[in-house]
Structure formats: C-alpha cells, structure tokens
Design a protein around this ligand. Sequence first.
Ligand code: F0G
Length: 456
Amino acid sequence: MPFSTIIEPFRIHSVEPLKVTTVDERRAALAAAGGNLFGLHADDVLIDLLTDSGTGAMSRDQWAGIQRGDESYAGSPSWFRFLEAVQELFPLPHVIPTHQGRAAEKILFSVIGGPGKVIPNNTHFDTTRANVEFTGAAAVDLVIPEGLDPAAIHPFKGNMDLERLDGLLAERAADVPAVFVTITNNSGGGQPVSLENLRGVRTLCDEHGVPLFLDACRFAENAWFIRDREPGQGDRAVRDIVRDMAALADGMTMSAKKDGLANIGGWLAVRDDALAEQCRNLLILTEGFPTYGGLAGRDLEAIAQGLREVVEHDYLRYRIRSTAYLGEGLLAAGIPVVQPIGGHAVYLDARALLPHVPPLQYPGQSLAIALYETGGIRACEIGTVMFGRRPDGSEHPAALDLVRLAIPRRTYTQSHIDYVIEVCAEVAARAGDLGGYRIVEEPATLRHFTARFAPL
Ligand code: F0G
C-alpha cells in the first residue's frame, strides 16, 4: 500500500450512544463507588478502557452466527463448528468449553493444583494466580528481567527466563504439574513471547518431564508480533504461526473474550486423555454438558466466526498499529509508558509519573482516578492494589505500578483515541499535585474489584 495511514478495516454498522458528564458528576459517581472504578455505573464512563475483555464489537458475520445458534443440549451443530474452529488453530484432541477463561483455570487447577505444588508462568494474570493459590499451590512468575523494566526495549519482553525456569525445574520438577506461558503477557504490559522462547520452554519441559500449557487469551496478537519481529517469520501466515505455538503445548486455557472476538466464552484444551476426563467431570458439575460447557449454542457460533476473523492480517495490522498510535501519542506528550507498546493496551508507568506517591499509597489508583475525574476515561490499576496483598496477609509493593488503557477490539475510532491522549496529557501536566490513597475496606482475595479507597 502506498499510503501510511492504517485505517479501521471495517465500516460502522450500528452505534451505541456515549453519555457526556461533567467533572462534578464524575466526582460524585466515584465517591459513591468508594473510589473504585469497578464500582461505577458504566453509563457514567465516556471512554471505557477498563478492559479489552468481552468489550469488543462483533462483526456482521458473528451476529449472523448468533442467529444460527443451535441450542440442542447435546451434540449441537454449533458445538461442532466451534470445535472445528478451535482445532484448526489449536489441534489439541480434547476441547472443553467454559463460560470464560477463569472457569477453565478453576477446573484445571482444581485437578492439577493443591498444597505443595508450584506453577511457573512468565507472569500470572490476577485470576490465574488466584485460582492457583486457592488450591494451596504456589504461583511463581519467571519473566525475563527486561519484562520488569518498563523502559527497557526488547522485542519479546514477555519471554520466560529460561535459566530460572531450569533452576526451578531442576529442584522441584516433581511438584510442578505444568509450566504456563501467557501469550501475550498481560500483567507485564501486553508483551509478546517469541517462538524461540516457547521452544526453549518446551525443551526444558521435555528434559524435566513436565507438561507445557498456554494461557492463550491474546494468541493472535502474540503471533502478529512474532511475524513482525522474529527473524524468518515475516512472510508467514499468522494462522500458521499460531499452529506452531499450539504444537509446542500440551494444553491451554483460553478466554474467548479477547482474541475469540466474542463477548463471552472460553475453553480448556488438553492432550492427555486422563486429565481431560477429570476436567470434564468437573465441567459437568459447574459449567454444563461437554458439548456446550458454560455457553449457549449461539455463543459457540460467535466464537467460531471470531476465531476466523482474528487471524486476518488486515485486522491484526490495524489492531496492533492503533494500539501503538495511542502509545506513541502519549510518549510524544512526555508520559512514561511501558515500551515497546503492547498488543491490547498501553500501560502508563504510574510509579514514574507519580514518584512522590510511594507504592503502598497506590500511585496507579491515584492516576486512574484522575483520568476518570478529568476526562471520563476508565482505566485499570495493575499494580500494588491488584497484586500487593500476599496469601499470608502481608502487603508489599507490586513489581510495577501501572495503569492500563486497554483497547476494546473494533470499538473506538481514532478520534476517541486522540481525546484519550489529550486527557492523559492534561493529567500528566499536574501529576505532581496528585496524592496517594489508602484502602478503607477490602475482601479476602482479588481485592481490586471491590476495595474502597480514601484519599490521604
Ligand atoms: N488470563 C489472562 C492473561 C487474562 O488476561 C484473563 C482476563 C484471564 C486469563 C481470565 O479470563 O476474564 O475470561 O475469565 N483478563 C481480563 C483483563 C479480565 O481485563 O485483562 P476471563
């Protein structure tokens, strides 16, 4: 193409109105929510960048699939279309549909976890860590050191630290029921993992006789980065790169709310017959019969179609470029963000922007609150609020204090993103005036969803 502007490769087919509120209205809404952005009424949010999970726009063909959905309890044709679409990309023999990713995690870790077990991962996402720890197992994060340095430039900052993984497996392989790799590494900035690194993990797993699982939520974005950045991959179809990643794995957990391009859904897939049987038994207790799991037939259709669309190069080029556009705009405004820019989100480095607010006073929460009050933008703290509370009850600073601007797929236009850049620049200009917070109320686990905050 002779032109450098990368356009949205779709036209808008139906629209949802946005409600514009005032700063005072937003302050009142936030006060009522105890300073927790998860507690807001979404109508009071102008640009919702809380998550890219289940918030995307479906395509015409996905909506057509919704109409076609067959709601037979067992053996629905929609199930077979879903199964075929999953196995075309991830040829694992057992596919177990769940209502979302964490249900797959809950089932898997109920079977393979337990006290004394250790699950390594490049970085566990919050629900993944919580589901591991809930069984009494330990969740260990082994991302490469560059992955913990927001300013470090590295093409695959999501890579696993192979040396540390080798060390852990040499000592404790018998306690490790699976090694996980999260693609892309959400908690570490949406950073990709290279094929070379995945192969290295596979080799170590083989040496120590441990299975390898993918947390594959953003597999297509990860594959696009491989195509773009890994030597020798530039001419390949993303579909084939995905199959290469899948071929290295013994199993996967998946949230179809991300690269399934659907609003709900997920699955667990495994190679091992005995493990599949144990997981299916739990599935029937908590989710449903194995040919629908936690989903309606129509949801299975939407996911099947989404999986075909998500590996299209025009879509991924736009997706990755438009996220980078936001990141570059913020950098140009002098705002510290995790670099290189990730696939599904841009992460503001709150610790760097608010150096006067110590981690245990939650600089990320302070920044997220300011973005909402100033411009109606809802972002998500990924830092000490989310990860600071240990299972033993003690509190420690998280590795990073980030604020994530997650981009729903195919939902916002470039002018929305220009507005976001403008609001962020306004907030950054008076970052020195933003103060810290304390938590006045918190639940026993996953406190970031319901904790209440007060300014210090
Ligand atoms: N693994 C990763 C890497 C995730 O990002 C998520 C969800 C899950 C597992 C769980 O999937 O939501 O379908 O149960 N991440 C969302 C987010 C919630 O905002 O990043 P789920």
